[in-house]
Structure formats: C-alpha cells, structure tokens
Design a protein around this ligand. Structure first.
Ligand code: NAD
Length: 482
C-alpha cells in the first residue's frame, strides 16, 4: 500500500501499521478509490495516548493568551484555505460544495468562538457562610481527552471538540471516521502549522474495533467525547463506565416537525424540505417525521412533494440540491428502509429509489411516505437518508404524544401561529433542541447543543457558553487566611 501518512503521533506523520485497510471513495464516483491506506494499530493508538499524556502538563501550563492566539490562528488558516478544504470534504463525504464551504466557514467560526474560552472558562466567587473564608471555584483541564467523531460533519464536529478541549488546556487524541479521514488530516495539518506543540494534538485514523478500546479504556485517558450512532455511543459508554471518567455521547435522532392547522404552510413545507433532504438527510438533526394536523395534511403533503420533485440530484462538486449518500452501506440502508416502509403499508408519494441519473454513485431520490403509523419502523428508527414520513394526527395533544413516542430526543420543531401552543410544545417535547417555526436542523455556535433520551448521555452540552464544563474539573476552594 502507498505511503500516505494519515497518523499524527507526537508531532510525526506516519503510516498505520495494522492490517485494516481504509479506502476513501468519492461517493459520487465510487469505482476508483481516492486513496487506500492501512489503519492505525492498537499499539499506535497507545502511542498517541502516551504522547498526549507526556504533553499534558506543559500544555496545561501555557497561558490563556498563548492558547487563544493559536486557536485564532487556526481559524484564520481555515478561512484562508476554505475552498481547498471544502473540495476535500465534498470529494470524500459527498455533500454539495456550497454546503461544504459553509461547513468549513463554520469550523473557523467555532475555533474563533472557543479561542476566547482560553481566557473566559472561569470559576465563580460564591458568597461565603463564614466571613473569614473566601469561597470560590476554579476550573482545571481534565488532562488527556479522546475525541471520536462521525463522517457527516467531518470538519465541524472535530472542530468543536478540538477547540473546546485545547482552549481549556487539554491534550487530545482525535479519532475521526474512516469515511472522512482526508479532511481530518488537513485540519490537523493546519493545527501543526500554527505551532500546536508535539503531542498536544494526535490523530489516529483506524477502525473503531481496532483502536477504540485503546483510546477509551487506557488509564491515562481522562475524558471521552463521542459523536456518532447510538449503538456505538452506548457501547463506548458501557466500556468506559467502570473507569468513572467524564464521558459525553451525542448520538442519533428521529426528529419530528409538527405542523398545526394555523401554520404558515409554505414556510412549513420549505422547512420540511430543508430539514429532511438537506445534506441528503445525513444530519443527526434531520427531519424524519412530519407530524401534521389532519385538516392540512393533504395541502402540506402536496407542497412538500412538489418541492421534493424539483430538487436536483448530482455529484457534490456540481453543487446540486442533494448529493450522494456517503457510502455503499448507507445507500443500501436507505433503500432497505424504503422497502420496509412499503411493506409495512406506508404510501410512497414520491422518490423511492435510485434516480435514473446520475448512473454511478450512491444516489437516492428524495422520498416522501404518507399513511405512516407511529409504530412503523420508518417512524421509529433512524434512517439517516433522504426519507421523510408524514404522520397525520387529530390534534395538538396527539401530535406531542406521537412526537415523543420514540427512543430518541435530539431536535424537534413546531409550525404554528398560536403562541400558547408553541409554549406548551417547548414544555412537553422531549428534545434537547426545540425550534418554533424553524427547521429541526441547524444550530448557533453560542447555543448549547445536544439531545435527550437515546440521543445523548446528557452529561454536558456541546457548543454554547458552557461547553467548557465537560472539559474541565471544577474545584470548590475555601480559603481562610492564617
Ligand atoms: P458511528 O457510530 O458508526 O461512528 C462514529 C465514530 O465512532 C467513528 O469515528 C467510528 O469509527 C467510531 N467507532 C466505531 N466503533 C467504535 C468503537 N468500538 N470504539 C471507538 N470508536 C468507534 O457513526 P457514523 O456512521 O460515523 O455517524 C452517523 C451517526 O452519527 C448517526 O447516528 C447520527 O445521528 C450521529 N450523529 C450525531 C450527532 C449529534 O450531535 N447528536 C452529530 C452527527 C452525527
């Protein structure tokens, strides 16, 4: 296999030395691999942890100014290289190039936002019960943290974990998805270029089953932040549980958009299209259930179907509305779920298969089902593709009951002009992100992000003003002067 140097351990780029082969393909033209290389071995994962542990004290002792300066510089470099990074991202993940550029700019925004944490992730002074004693809290870095990330936002998700961890003085081992290692490598190259010291950031590209345990159960690892599927997240949480270290798992979703009869139906249809089919439905916050009041179900369905049929499908680099699924596996899963939905009695309104063009690539048409019952698999399980199920309900209470009747609880939205109903929805809905008259996807960097139920360990949220809490110990200090 050719030398590709995807592993970055203690400041040295090197090849993986396991027998696992990692093959990166353009999902719009998968016949010819872009690159193939050996994944990291368990020993290399241990070496990455050793490097992070050795660098930990010195990095924790850097001044906030030093860390802030470095992270701002990373943001500048990301912006300066936006087009090249976006092209890499789109080639290996498949999303439309304009979305790729948007995600790269978002990564720069994230580094800028969290750079300021270096100076502001503070403790508090708290009124003391004893006039002779000063009581306050301090925040200290955890030490070594392992960051495990999925492929669907392959620069934004690593960025928000890396930037928060580094700003608060932690050293890290990043394990990105094997579907999208190229963009992870380019991001780490930028970090190295701006002078992040050796060992502070390490990159391990390898199969989860080969390197996962070494990166999560090693006693020198002080925290694990994971984003990915619920199945993997729960496995990691169980594996790490006995060590008693902080673990954060942000996982899958089955996100509902509720539409009441008084809603602006045009806006609701636009949001459903963007939420269900943007990014080929491959967002953890993608809209997968459109829960509609029966009085407006036909009108809304017609508007959604009309819009879905107008969407262009094609290679991400051509900037269509919808790119391919990331991999052959995801593509098969999408098609399987479409078959299951039809077998269970849902009615296919549009889509339902691979488009006639493009011929190559992992493309699936934007698909809308009606007559979906809340108990069907299509209404319960995360599809992670461009498949939307319309569920009719008789009233607001039923809408909320159906919306909550899944294991997941990541994001949810309601379209209504009734403020009392929307307030009631925010109270009753079991979701970590709630939108009123907005799409289930998308979040602001300064707002906390994370789910409930099977979507999250609900330890601490990511993003937002307090994301630093996960990456720091809080100590309560009682100071009585002699
Ligand atoms: P995945 O769970 O298959 O993989 C996620 C990461 O875990 C990858 O880096 C993978 O290599 C690694 N991994 C796999 N087995 C492991 C093990 N035993 N030990 C350690 N690491 C291991 O998920 P995916 O297919 O990459 O991503 C899609 C999923 O991610 C969807 O379920 C989606 O909803 C979820 N997701 C959630 C959020 C969120 O914030 N809630 C954001 C994006 C994606």
């Amino acid at each position: 296999m050719t030398e590709t140097h995807y592993q970055y351990i203690d400041g040295v780029w090197t090849d993986g030395d396991s027998t696992d082969e990692i093959t990166v393909r353009d999902p719009a033209a998968p016949e010819d691999p872009i690159v193939a290389f050996s994944g990291a071995s368990e020993t290399q994962a241990e070496e990455a942890v050793s490097a992070a542990a050795a660098a930990s004290d010195n990095w924790a002792a850097t001044t906030p100014d030093d860390r802030d300066t470095i992270l701002y510089e990373v943001a500048e470099r990301i912006d300066a290289n936006r087009d090249a990074l976006a092209e890499t991202l789109t080639r290996e993940e498949g999303k439309p190039i304009s979305s790729g550029r948007g995600e790269v700019s978002r990564a720069a925004e994230i580094f800028r936002f969290f750079a300021s944490y270096a100076r502001s992730a503070t403790g508090e002074t708290i009124p003391s019960s004893d006039p002779e004693t000063l009581t306050y809290t301090v925040r200290e870095p955890l030490g070594v943290v392992t960051l495990i990330t999925p492929w669907n936002f392959p620069i934004a998700t690593p960025s928000w974990k890396l930037a928060t961890a580094l700003a608060t003085g932690n050293t890290v081992v990043l394990k990105p998805s094997s579907e999208t290692p190229m963009i992870a490598k380019q991001l780490v190259e930028l970090l190295a270029e701006v002078g992040v010291p050796n060992g502070v950031v390490n990159l391990v590209v390898g199969s989860g089953s080969t390197v996962g345990d070494a990166l999560t159960t090693d006693e020198r690892v002080d925290g694990v932040s994971f984003t990915g599927s619920t199945e993997t997240g729960q496995h990691i949480a169980e594996t790490v549980a006995t060590r008693g270290i902080p673990i954060q798992t942000e996982m899958g979703g089955k996100n509902p958009q509720v539409v009441l009869p008084d809603a602006d139906l045009e806006a609701a249809a636009d949001a459903a299209i963007s939420g269900a089919f943007g990014g080929c439905g491959q967002a953890c916050t993608a809209t997968s259930r459109l829960i509609v009041h029966e009085d407006v179900a036909d009108e809304l369905t017609a508007a959604v179907v009309e819009r879905a049929e107008a969407l262009s499908i094609g290679p991400g680099l051509d900037d269509p509305d919808i790119g391919p699924a990331v991999s052959a596996g995801e593509n098969e899963t999408n098609l399987e779920y479409i078959e299951v939905a039809e077998k269970e009695g849902a009615t296919l309104q549009t889509g339902g298969g691979q488009p006639a063009t493009p011929e190559a690539g992992y493309f699936v048409e934007p698909t809308v089902f009606t007559d979906v019952e809340p108990g069907m698999r299509i209404a319960q399980e995360e599809v992670f593709g461009p498949v939307l199920g319309v569920i009719e309900v008789a009233d607001f209470d039923e809408a909320v009951r159906v919306a909550n009747d899944v294991n997941y609880g990541l994001s949810a939205s309601i379209f209504t002009t009734n403020m009392a109903k929307s307030r009631s929805f925010t109270k009753q809905i079991e979701a970590g992100v709630v939108k009123i008259n907005g799409t289930t996807t998308g979040s602001h960097v300064q707002m906390p992000f994370g789910g409930m139920k099977a979507s999250s360990s609900e330890t601490q949220k990511e993003l937002g003003q307090h994301a630093y809490e996960f990456y720091t110990h809080e100590k309560a200090i009682y100071r009585s002067d002699p």
